[in-house]
Design a protein around this ligand. Structure first.
Ligand code: ADP
Length: 629
């Protein structure tokens, strides 16, 4: 077996070149037999065994033809290296006849016969150079057999002319070998270039195929997404109309309001799927590891998906566990939520099992989600991790989804330092698992509810002063009203100049919420820097700073995230905002005033961006879309 693809390509080309010349060589050798016969004709009866050589040469020539026919008929019958070796063997038989038969010339009575025979050998050697020079084995067998006996006999003839001919022959022998070496180098580089070109063409074709597939997947995604966006929007429009109808009974209006909230949640879920992935890719998703009980996380995911599973007649079994993990519960909940949602979606009968397997690991184990569903064909097991890819079968396409769950899961697990493993067989279900680290039961600082929107209480926000910087009046109004409901004292301004002015006038904020791209064209980081300066000058450096952005992948944002600045992505939901503020304030309070910069995470507590992403996301405060964001 040849591991080197270039060598393999060279061998294949060599076989083609060597055998391509053989038919011509067949006639050339018959011509040479005819020439030998004619120059030796007068000596035929005097030279013993000459006839035998003649027969041997003719037989070798016929064998060569047979080999050529065999290769022509069944080129794939043998590996290239074997074809090359057989060709070399044929060369050994074929060229030994004219090469060694020069001995007869030196033993004939005609003085000119050695010279005539030598001329014929040189002609044959030139032919060998042309047809076999590409291959070391064939060339280095044929040329010595053709020329060496002649060189030896000329040198041993003890005549000045013969020795001169011997020297010339030796020079020719050396020159032809040197030329053949450079000939082979050239041949190798030509083959290398051809192989490179072929690879390039293949990789371009593959890339084109991938791009076409990605384009198709995106088209499918937009078709599905636009349907999923249109439906709730349509419903919200109708419900808003009935909300505006003052004559409608209050119970009906309350129901309509409830439905509006549900539809907004559905919209938000789709947005979040897309945004989650971009957030992870842009490197602004921050990991917060805490010690928590896995059973609590299992229960949250279970309570979310048990009704869906029950509606399909599936049993969602969650194995009891007492382990404490040291991991990011919010990111893990998104991972687990996606996997369980898929298990429910792609299983029509049987059950789903969620549990922890220690797998012999003392420092943790694997969270496993197993289903008895439709499974994934081997050919698709890598592709399902591509964005927007939903599998080839129409049956899968008919189920809700956008092909973003698994890519998100894989990246999240990567972010947590693990690797997602999968085992699946069509019709026999699938198992997904990923590693988790055990934590310290003595450090379980908080119940998971604290990390979830439902567990957030606005009490700690009451009385806090918040400076809100956003060039969009509607957002300023929305945020002011929301913060006002939490009991905050809010000052809303359109840009950082106004913010610095407000601080200078004596508004000492506990928090500054800054839009990343302000209408004055300055980026949020620049605005933040100026506001920080103003806070420091007026003794309000304890204020926590928060950036709110619709931007996903800017290097400045990434740098700010690495610095520990809490970054919220639009649409920001109220619980997320409150949770982020609370954590930042808690941090700032713990540090006792050291937090004039952005709130950095306390030990064991992550930056707040990680808080709000629990499933399902609640009602959002969203900005109106603007092209620049
Ligand atoms: P979505 O489920 O929204 O289509 P995902 O990225 O979560 O997107 O999954 C991609 C594809 O992988 C799905 O469309 C489905 O074909 C396949 N898949 C994922 N999970 C399972 C599962 N548990 N059983 C069978 N197929 C699955």
């Amino acid at each position: 077996m040849q591991a080197d693809p270039i060598q393999r390509a060279i061998d294949e080309d060599l076989v083609r070149v060597l055998y391509a010349q053989d038919l011509l060589a067949f006639f050339t050798h018959w011509f040479s037999i005819a020439v030998l016969t004619s120059i030796y004709w007068a000596e035929m009866s005097a030279l013993r065994f000459f006839n035998a050589w003649f027969v041997f040469y003719a037989a070798a020539n016929c064998l060569g033809l047979a080999l050529w026919l065999w290769h022509r008929r069944w080129p794939a019958a043998l590996p290239p290296r074997v074809w090359i070796s057989l060709h070399a063997l044929r060369g050994a038989l074929l060229y030994s006849a004219p090469g060694l038969s020069i001995w007869f010339a030196f033993h004939s009575t005609q003085a000119e016969l050695p010279l005539l025979h030598t001329v014929m050998l040189v002609t044959l050697a030139a032919g060998v150079f042309m047809s076999n020079g590409f291959d070391t084995l064939n060339f280095s067998i044929a040329i010595p057999l053709l020329l060496m006996p002649a060189i030896a006999l000329h040198f041993s003839a003890h005549s000045f002319e013969r020795i001169v001919v011997g020297i010339v022959l030796l020079f020719f022998f050396s020159a032809i070998n040197l030329y053949a070496i450079s000939y082979r180098k050239l041949f190798r580089s030509v083959v290398q270039a051809r192989v490179d070109q072929q690879r390039l063409a293949e990789s371009l074709a593959l890339q084109k195929h991938v791009a076409v597939e990605a384009g198709l997947a995106k088209t499918r995604f937009f078709a599905a997404a636009s349907h999923d966006l249109r439906q709730p929007l349509h419903a919200i429009g109708l419900l808003a109309a009935s909300l505006g109808d003052t004559a409608a009974p209050s119970a009906e209006r309350a129901r309509a309001a409830e439905n509006v909230v549900r539809n907004v949640e559905a919209l938000n879920q789709l947005f979040n799927q897309v945004l989650d992935l971009s957030r992870i890719e842009s490197g602004v998703t921050q990991v917060m590891r805490v010690d928590f009980r896995l059973a609590e996380l299992f229960e949250r995911v279970g309570s979310l998906y048990r009704p869906q599973a029950a509606a399909k007649g599936l049993a969602l079994r969650i194995a009891p566990t007492s382990i404490v993990l040291h991991d990011d519960p919010v990111l893990l909940e998104r991972v687990l939520g996606n996997l369980v949602a898929n298990a429910v979606r792609y299983t029509d009968e049987g059950s789903i099992w969620v549990g922890l397997r220690r797998a012999g690991r003392a420092d943790g184990g694997f969270i496993e989600v197993r289903d008895s569903g439709m499974g994934i064909p081997p050919g698709e097991q890598e592709r399902i991790f591509e964005e927007f890819y939903r599998g080839a079968s129409a049956e899968r396409d008919a189920r809700p989804g956008h092909g973003l769950g698994l890519p998100t899961v894989r990246r999240l697990i990567g972010l947590l330092g693990g690797e997602l493993q999968m085992r699946s067989a069509p019709g026999r279900g699938s198992t997904f698992r990923f590693p988790v680290r055990a934590g310290d039961p003595g450090r379980v600082v908080t119940g998971l509810a604290e990390f979830t929107p439902a567990g957030v209480s606005a009490a700690t926000a009451a009385g806090r002063r918040v400076l809100c910087i956003d060039d969009e009046p509607a957002i300023r109004e929305g945020v002011a009203s929301l913060l006002g409901r939490w009991g905050c004292v809010v000052k809303s301004v359109a840009d950082e100049d106004a913010a610095c002015g407000a601080i200078a006038e004596g508004f000492a904020p506990d928090a500054v919420l800054c839009d990343y791209q302000l209408g004055n064209g300055r980026a949020g980081n620049v605005a933040l820097e100026r506001v920080r300066g103003a806070l420091a000058r007026h003794g309000a450096e304890r204020a926590v700073l928060l950036l709110i952005t619709g931007d996903m992948a800017s290097p400045e944002l990434k740098a700010l995230a690495e610095e520990g600045v809490p970054i919220l992505h639009k649409p920001v939901n109220p619980a997320r905002l409150l949770r982020t503020l609370q954590t930042a304030w808690r941090d700032a309070d713990t540090k006792g005033g050291a937090a004039s910069k952005a709130a950095a995470p306390a030990p064991g507590i992550a930056p707040p961006e990680t808080f709000p992403q629990a499933l399902p996301p609640p009602l959002t405060v969203s900005s109106r879309p603007r092209a620049s964001r």
